[in-house]
Design a protein around this ligand. Structure first.
Ligand SMILES: [Zn+2]
Length: 179
């Protein structure tokens, strides 16, 4: 998800692995990512690359295929954008949405679709399961803006963009004016 062009420079350092974020219509953004079978050094490296790239971006969440790694890993930290109702930094391997509740329509953006935003209908509350970077089972209940970000990122793992979820191109898609 894309929010504001604010980059917290204090979090930047020279050991960071900041990757280019793939842009629509790159074919990797349209493909289904593979489940992670073994949590090894490669997975640890992808997680670090995702976290570093996210910190250096204006976004709040990122999925592995967006940096060219077609595997099911997402990172999310909405604390930059909202102050309440969030878990801080979330790292999930093989995330699964196993329950959803409520419905909200929200204007979304995406680091991979920088020129547009769109109205998307999503669940207001979600129960998500997955694995931590250490391979421990994680289960969390998320609501509000964080729940939207998690749903958006899980879509990336299935090759779905917010563009695929807007009801009408003529009324629900908007050109972004401010970066
Ligand atoms: Zn996105």
């Amino acid at each position: 998800m894309w929010t504001s062009p604010f980059i917290p420079w204090k979090q930047l350092n020279f050991d960071m692995a900041v990757f280019p974020i793939l842009q629509y219509p790159h074919p990797l953004l349209k493909s289904r990512s593979e489940r992670v079978q073994v949590i090894d050094d490669r997975v640890a490296r992808i997680i670090k690359n995702l976290l570093d790239t996210l910190v250096a971006s204006p976004g709040v969440a990122l999925a592995a295929p967006q940096i060219g790694e077609p595997c099911r890993i997402i990172v999310c930290d909405v604390s930059r954008k909202v102050k309440k109702r969030h878990h801080g930094r979330i790292i999930l391997i093989n995330p699964l949405l196993h329950r959803r509740e409520g419905k909200i329509i929200f204007r979304e953006g995406c680091l991979s679709v920088p020129d547009y935003t769109g109205n998307v209908s999503r669940a207001e509350k979600v129960w998500v399961k997955g694995l931590s970077p250490q391979g421990q089972p994680v289960s969390l209940l998320s609501e509000g803006f964080e729940a939207l970000a998690l749903q958006h990122e899980m879509d990336h793992l299935d090759g779905m963009l917010f563009l695929d979820r807007i009801a009408s191109v003529s009324t629900d898609l908007f050109r972004r004016k401010v970066y």
